[in-house]
Design a protein around this ligand. Sequence first.
Ligand code: ATP
Ligand code: MG
Length: 318
Amino acid sequence: DQLGPTVCVGEILVEIVATTVGDGFREAQPLIGPFASGAPAIFVSQCGRLGGRAAMIGAVGTDDFGRVNLERLKGDGVDISAISVDPDYPTGSAFVRYRKDGSRDFVYNIATSAAARFGWSDDVSNLIGRAGHLHVMGSALSVPSAREVIDKAVDIVKARGGTLSVDPNIRKELKLDDDTERRFSRLVAAADLLLPSGEELGRAAGVEGEANAIRRLFEIGVKEIVLKRGANGATYYGCDGERIDAPAFVVTEVDPTGAGDCFGGAYLTCRRLGMPVEDALTYAAAAGARNVTVIGPMEGAGTKEQLDAFIAATERRS
Ligand code: ATP
Ligand code: MG
């Protein structure tokens, strides 16, 4: 990561988790939180904990929920100079409760929170001017103020020889307006590393079937793809035709939220620190698996030492 830090753009939230399984929030119930959250923030936290240089662009409110996030990221070694503190809007939040079948009910306050109110600023400009890598989630494109930051940042980082990773993070059914769809396609095509999970692969490629989707993505310019398959592991595809499967570690899943972001943050950081693909995949699988063993979206993100200990102590599926 000689060129500069890994920079993540997007929503910063707290998450408050129901401690019982059931349907939604229509009666008083035990909750635990606030936990620092937001997919891009989870990703950047894992980068920082693993010892990569990392920085975050986003916004929080002037409240304790904001402080939870700022202190957490700072403690992980993340540069928070480009996180703005909104004087008027509260920090974004998500209440989550798991249902019996593993699906989730949410109560969100994101679109009308500080999380959606950041834009290009001097601090953002300073950070992007020294960034070595940019990580973007497709979901951030639905936030109007984030679009300008992403557009400018992609151009600047690429022009100075930096790289881009993209987590499509868009449900298959989600219809984007034409303009957002075009931005999404452009972002995917510019990705040096694409980190889809499950059906996001077909959504990003615009064609069905794993082999077809992979072929199409390399045709439009993607350099490297790591497909995430939850407890079934992950697969690396290189544009030279190489394929490496990364079996998952065997753990008891307590809270699946954040696995993909810890996985991605660990993979990218290891690669940027010069590790070969196979070793980076091992750390990534460990980071994802470790994170699902703890309640809270980024509470299980591991340091290098913690992940080494986890890898030594945990079996992998074959
Ligand atoms: P999310 O969007 O919920 O953060 P994702 O869908 O982007 O997650 P997943 O495929 O769920 O990503 O998880 C990423 C990686 O983390 C997997 O490829 C796997 O290596 C690891 N992982 C996730 N869940 C488990 C699990 N239950 N057991 C072991 N490893 C897991
Ligand atoms: Mg995901």
